[in-house]
Design a protein around this ligand. Structure first.
Ligand SMILES: [Zn+2]
Length: 262
């Protein structure tokens, strides 16, 4: 039975991965989410059987059925990524509630990360509501504690997360002042969202791991592809990675640092 639920979680993730692709491109182009998918070149509608995550891409060999326009491999890649993330969320969750909450957080972190990779900015019309919802959750949690429990970590909400949001965004403001524009205004806004997802004890580790992972990737990218030189790396994906590394490792890190044991 358990294997069946794992397969459900994977398929659910693949479908949401497909939705994520649509959401990223349509929010950027200002198109409605309600209309059917169409080819970017010939504008012909894509039939449901040509719109199955990953499978259709393989069957169509990455080309539009009508005009033969190449479909980027990044779409099935994103679908697969969201599928695996969903499976992982399900695997570590104790119950359906934890899974839904954890997957929702992951979905929006992925959305803002991929949007940043594609367009080097943040979509405010979604970033502001997400920040407001997190703010409300943190305020409510001060009276009725809200937490997400998983096998690997616990995500706490409360007033300390609001403090984290303020500290993290101010920190990015300082970075921008001192690095003269390597990061953008969108990064300040995402830092506020990231902070709202982190209790203060997790914040330091999140920032530290964001910079370590970002630097390593930055150096590797600069070494293998010279043409990337001078192009600023999108920063939101690293802040997203930092959030989850902090969820998983922050308490162990402090235990080790302060008590000398894991
Ligand atoms: Zn076409």
């Amino acid at each position: 039975m358990e294997i069946l639920f794992n397969i459900y979680a994977l398929f659910f993730g693949l479908i949401f991965g497909s939705f994520l692709n649509v959401l990223v491109s349509r929010t950027h182009d200002g198109e409605s989410l309600m209309t059917r998918s169409h080819c970017t070149k010939c504008k012909s509608q894509i039939a449901w059987f040509d719109n199955i995550p990953i499978l259709s891409f393989i069957l169509l060999r990455g080309k539009c059925r009508k005009c033969g326009e190449k479909i980027s491999f990044k779409y099935p890649l994103i679908e697969l990524l969201v599928g695996i993330v969903s499976l992982f969320c399900y695997y570590i969750s104790y119950d359906l509630r934890s899974y839904i909450l954890l997957f929702s957080i992951s979905f929006f972190v992925l959305y803002f990360s991929i949007y940043d990779i594609f367009y080097q900015e943040i979509f405010d019309k979604l970033a502001i509501p997400v920040a407001v919802i997190l703010l409300v959750i943190n305020i409510i949690s001060n009276f009725y504690p809200i937490a997400i429990y998983t096998r690997l970590f616990t995500i706490n909400f409360g007033l300390m997360n609001i403090l984290s949001g303020i500290i993290y965004s101010l920190f990015v403001v300082l970075i921008i002042i001192f690095s003269r524009g390597k990061m953008g205004a969108g990064d300040i806004r995402f830092a506020a969202i990231a902070g709202l997802l982190l209790s203060t004890d997790k914040l330091y580790f999140a920032i530290m791991s964001t910079y370590i992972v970002g630097s390593i990737v930055g150096i590797v990218v600069a070494l293998i592809k010279k043409r990337f030189k001078g192009i600023p790396l999108p920063f939101i994906p690293f802040m997203g990675i930092g959030i989850f590394l902090s969820y998983i490792f922050a308490s162990e890190f402090w235990n080790f640092l302060l008590l000398g044991k894991l």
